[in-house]
Structure formats: structure tokens, C-alpha cells
Design a binder for this molecule. Structure first.
Ligand code: AKB
Length: 332
């Protein structure tokens, strides 16, 4: 097994408290508040700190600790980790694929410099650190159907380049110093109440809102563009289960996780079973189409299934009925 058993790893295993103290960066994006809710149920409200540079809603403020934290400010992050006795860091702060292409310098700063800061702090403070990667970490020369964990990556977006860099830096620090780095490659994540903001897979959320508001959706991808997708509940559960997995189970530090793959046409057909009046038109956006065409159409997640028991719950049917139900419930 490639697992390190160095002094650092043994020391952390001996001193880690039963209840982790978790810091989530980029906590006001699509995934942070939902993950915080689950972890707070398990470890207590006070043990999970959400952070972001944005102003939180009253609901976020009343749900548990929230602090301002900029991942580009190393000293401030260090103070936060030290003063709060943080033991786990979930690093959600990042610019997504489409918005990253529109602002490469900012994406490089947040996705690469910000990542270096949290990796250094994790090493310095013996943290378990989770950094999400993505289907976007693959490129046109990768095997696409399915994409395995280990293969040629060479993505062609700054988002993808920064994610491959994150995977490799984290794995390097794990092998060299025993850093407890954990990384899952997420598919497009589909959520009813939180918004991704600037990804290539965002249409697959907007189409539900449009179906229930105007009954019309203009899709920026071709109708046959197939991409891996996942319900947010599965994504959160995968993250929590992976964070809990004993180190001895992990033969890799970066795993693909899969749930389903669909095209705009297929998801629209499934929505029409509930909302027959939905009309979809297609106006391809060249940037997002080019990005989607370079990504895998399916993920091979057999290593995650074997090593730590990953199994998704939601397929396309379950995803569609749950999304429509959740959005309808919020609107009434
Ligand atoms: C994006 O579309 O950029 C993200 C992702 C697949 O990583 N949702």
C-alpha cells in the first residue's frame, strides 16, 4: 500500500479529538451551508464554522458560527484556525469553470494562491483537509467514457488546470509529509435552494426553475451534450463519508464519484413527465460548449465504491422529482 506511516501521521492520529472542529471556506457557495448543516447535526453547532468574504443571510447567521475569511489572507486564516482549534478544513472557495475563463487572473489567484494558503496551513496545523476536484480536471485527451481515476488529464480551462494542480499538490504533501489530504472529483452538482454561480453544468439547475416559472428554458449547451451529474444530497453524503473513512481504507487520495449522466434533452424529457408544458430551445454558447465537450461523459468510480463504500442514492428519475418537489415547496 502507498500509505505513509510517518511520525506526523501517528502523532495526529493520537491527538485528534473525537469531535472535529471544522472550518469551511467559500461557505456561502452552492455546497457550504448544506454540508455545515449535516456536520453540525453530527458534531454540534459550535464545532462547524462557515466562512466566506460575502455577507451572510440572517438564516445563515442564526444557523451557527459564521466568520469573514479571505483565503488570500494567510495571516487571518492562520489566526482563525489557531484561535478556534480547527482540526478539519473543507476548502470550497473557488471560481468555477465558465466564470474562470472570463476572469483568468482572478481564478488563478483564488484557485491556486488560495489553495496554497490552505494547504500550507493544513500542514502547519496538522489538519485533515478536503479539497473538491471535478469532472473539469479532465480534458479532450482524457478517456471520456468512462474517465478513470488515473489517466491523462490535461484540462483546457484555468479551473481545470487549478484543480489538477490542487490534486497533485495535496497528494505530494501527503506522500512527503503525511498531510491528511482528501479530494473527491465531483460531477455537476444539482441543488434546489443554493446556486452554483458560473459553472458549465449550471443549466441543469436553471431548467428546473424555468420549468416551474415560465415553462421555457433556453439551453446554452447542445441537446446531446452528456455530462456526469449528482444530486446535492449524494454529494454531501459522499463528502462526509469520505472525511470519516479511516486512512487505512484509502488506496488513493483523489477519487472520482459518480451517480448519473444525462443530456439536456434527457433531463427535459424527464421533467416533462411532471411539467408537460416545458419548452426548451437551444442556443449554444461557444465557451461553455467547448468546455463541456472536453469533459468526461461518465465517471468510473469503482475505486471509491471498493475502498470506502461509495454508493449514490439518486438517479435521473429521483433527482427530477425531488428537485421539482423542493422548488415547488419553497415557492408556496
Ligand atoms: C462547473 O460546471 O464548473 C462545475 C463543475 C462541474 O465543476 N459545476
Amino acid at each position: 500500500s502507498p500509505r505513509p506511516t510517518g511520525r506526523w501521521t501517528r502523532q495526529v492520529a493520537a491527538t485528534r479529538p473525537d469531535r472535529p472542529r471544522v472550518l469551511i471556506t467559500g461557505g456561502l457557495g452552492q455546497l457550504g451551508s448544506g454540508l455545515a448543516e449535516i456536520l453540525r447535526q453530527q458534531y454540534g453547532k459550535e464545532n462547524v464554522i462557515l466562512s466566506d468574504i460575502k455577507k451572510p443571510s440572517a438564516h445563515v447567521l442564526s444557523s451557527g458560527p459564521f466568520v469573514y475569511a479571505d483565503v488570500l489572507d494567510y495571516k487571518q486564516l492562520r489566526e482563525l484556525i489557531v484561535n478556534n482549534g480547527v482540526t478539519w478544513l473543507v476548502h470550497y472557495s473557488a471560481l468555477l469553470s465558465a466564470v474562470g475563463e472570463a476572469n483568468v487572473a482572478l481564478a488563478r489567484k483564488i484557485n491556486i494562491t488560495g489553495l496554497h494558503n490552505v494547504l500550507d496551513l493544513a500542514l502547519e496545523n496538522c489538519l485533515r483537509i478536503f479539497v473538491p476536484s471535478t469532472i473539469g480536471a479532465f480534458g479532450p485527451s482524457s478517456p471520456r467514457d468512462p474517465a478513470p481515476d488515473l489517466c491523462i488529464q490535461r484540462p483546457q480551462t484555468i479551473y481545470g488546470v487549478s484543480k489538477v494542480h490542487g490534486e497533485l499538490m495535496g497528494e505530494y504533501l501527503h506522500h512527503k509529509y503525511g498531510l491528511d489530504f482528501r479530494c473527491l472529483r465531483y460531477p455537476g452538482v444539482i441543488s434546489a435552494h443554493t446556486h452554483p454561480g458560473g459553472g458549465t453544468t449550471d443549466y441543469a439547475i436553471q431548467i428546473f426553475h424555468d420549468a416551474l416559472s415560465t415553462g421555457r428554458h433556453e439551453c446554452y449547451l447542445r441537446p446531446d451534450t452528456r455530462l456526469p451529474m449528482m444530486h446535492i444530497a449524494d454529494c454531501h453524503r459522499a463528502t462526509v463519508e469520505f472525511m470519516h473513512a479511516p486512512q487505512s481504507w484509502l488506496s488513493l487520495r483523489t477519487y472520482n464519484i459518480d451517480a448519473m449522466s444525462f443530456t439536456p434533452e434527457e433531463v427535459a424529457d424527464e421533467i416533462r413527465k411532471h411539467v408537460p408544458q416545458l419548452r426548451v430551445t437551444y442556443k449554444s454558447d461557444p465557451v461553455r460548449q467547448m468546455i463541456a465537450d472536453s469533459w468526461p461523459v461518465r465517471f468510473d468510480d469503482s475505486n471509491a465504491r471498493r475502498d470506502w463504500g461509495w454508493t449514490p442514492v439518486y438517479g435521473l428519475e429521483g433527482l427530477v422529482s425531488d428537485m421539482l418537489h423542493s422548488i415547488r415547496e419553497k415557492r408556496t
